[in-house]
Design a protein around this ligand. Structure first.
Ligand code: IMP
Ligand code: MG
Length: 200
């Protein structure tokens, strides 16, 4: 097989597990331009720091900042939940903290998706305690039906139904992050897998 043919063949491998495309590339690009414009207006004369929560939001962050043409910095945090019982109370473990203090800075948390809201409630509580000048949240996706704790979200890309989605940074079992669109995963993929139902 020639190299190009091999690439074309492999390109479809992940797409086969997608039940349907929920948000295509063009819609993502259009919405990111709108979000970027709103964020740029809001922080026009402020010392802006974007905080991205690894790993799901890296594609969103990378594309979003190309629509924020004012000086700003980016930083990263990594979290993991402590286990089923504790997770329900919203305690998350910090695997990687920010590189620098945020006191007096205007911090914008960049999230991929808000589901129950527990992860974000914990993060915003923790970062607010460090006395930033302001603290806001932008999320690409929101599943409002799933919310268990109240979260103030300044900007939302898309509100979506309660279905497990993958692509554009979002994973199932660490896969599918590289799909250029947001898709609904075929339930057959997780009923056959040891990793189990991601929606539970
Ligand atoms: P929350 O604490 O319940 O709001 O969980 C949010 C986190 O769950 C996100 O940052 C994702 O890592 C993960 N998550 C929730 N829903 C989905 C989904 O539909 N696809 C992929 N990951 C998801
Ligand atoms: Mg996440």
């Amino acid at each position: 097989m020639a190299a190009q043919e091999q690439t074309d063949y492999k390109r479809g491998i992940l797409d086969q597990d997608v039940e349907r495309v929920l948000i295509d590339e063009a819609s993502l690009n259009r919405r990111l331009a709108e979000l970027g414009a709103a964020i740029t207006d809001f922080y026009a004369d402020k010392d802006l720091l974007l905080v991205s929560v690894l790993k799901g939001s890296v594609l969103f962050l990378a594309d979003l900042i190309r629509h924020i043409p004012i000086p700003h910095e980016i930083d990263f945090m990594a979290t993991s939940s402590y286990g089923a019982e504790v997770q329900s109370r919203g305690i998350v473990r910090i695997l990687k903290d920010l590189n620098k203090p945020i006191a007096g800075r205007h911090v914008l948390i960049v999230e991929d998706i808000i589901d129950s809201g527990h992860t974000l409630a914990y993060l915003t509580g923790m970062l607010a305690a460090r006395n930033p000048a302001s603290l806001q949240v932008v999320t690409l996706l929101d599943k409002p039906d799933r919310r268990e704790v109240d979260i103030a979200v300044a900007w939302t890309g898309f509100s979506i139904p309660n279905e497990f989605v993958i692509g554009y940074g979002l994973d199932y079992n660490e896969r599918y992050r590289n799909l250029p669109y947001i898709g609904v995963l075929k339930p057959a993929v997780y009923t056959q897998s040891d990793a189990g139902d991601p929606t539970e």
